[in-house]
Design a protein around this ligand. Structure first.
Ligand SMILES: Nc1nc2c(ncn2[C@@H]2O[C@H](COP(=O)(O)OP(=O)(O)O)[C@@H](O)[C@H]2O)c(=O)[nH]1
Ligand SMILES: [Mg+2]
Length: 173
């Protein structure tokens, strides 16, 4: 009689999340908030390099990458220093600060609809600027659902977790 051998569970020990967005869309501030380090709100410093900060969530190491500005999707393949990190990312957080002339959906498409989450930054959710609504509703994922939107760190981590393949990566608190 054949013996059934239960497959060994596969656990992930590292998750890579890349934060992207147009200039001044709140990427660096968001990364600092995700990993729980403070950022000074006085003075703006342009991010020129691509760096990650580590956090542990439920025993899983997350690398959260801050990236330099993207002014148009063409930047991504034109020497933008975040290209490699983006290519290898498990999830992409696209920052949207509500600016009317900065529809984030082109970035979502370029970064991968099925691995992207929209983060409403700089009070965008409070301003309820939905000038990008039509573009937003045009973009659906493989399962027919819309790209998740998050307006706080807890909802953002939860939305990112849902993109990840294994339950052990879930952020539960
Ligand atoms: N009041 C306020 N200012 C913010 C917030 N997030 C970012 N900023 C400011 O917006 C500017 C750009 O933020 P930053 O995170 O550096 O954007 P990045 O260029 O996309 O990395 C900075 O002057 C920040 O202090 C926010 O939630 N509230
Ligand atoms: Mg920055």
């Amino acid at each position: 009689m054949p013996t059934y051998v239960c497959p060994r569970p596969t656990y992930r020990y590292m998750v890579s999340v890349v934060v992207v967005g147009f200039p001044m869309s709140g990427k660096t501030t968001l990364v600092a908030e995700i990993v729980g380090i403070g950022v000074p709100r006085v003075g703006f410093q342009e991010t020129c390099s691509c760096n990650y900060v580590s956090i542990h969530i439920n025993g899983v190491e997350w690398h959260v990458w801050d990236t330099p500005r993207i002014t148009s999707v063409d930047d991504i393949t034109s020497g933008w220093v975040g290209e490699n990190a983006l290519e290898e990312a498990d999830a992409v957080v696209v920052c949207h600060d509500g600016s009317r002339d900065r529809c984030p959906m082109s970035l979502v498409r370029a970064c991968g609809v099925d691995r992207s989450v929209l983060a409403l930054t700089r009070g965008a959710a409070g301003r309820e600027d939905l000038s990008y609504a039509i573009e937003y509703l045009k973009v659906t994922r493989m399962d027919g659902t819309l790209v998740p939107r998050a307006d706080g760190i807890t909802s953002l981590l939860s939305a990112v977790s849902c993109l990840l393949p294994n339950a052990c990566t879930m952020a539960t608190g």
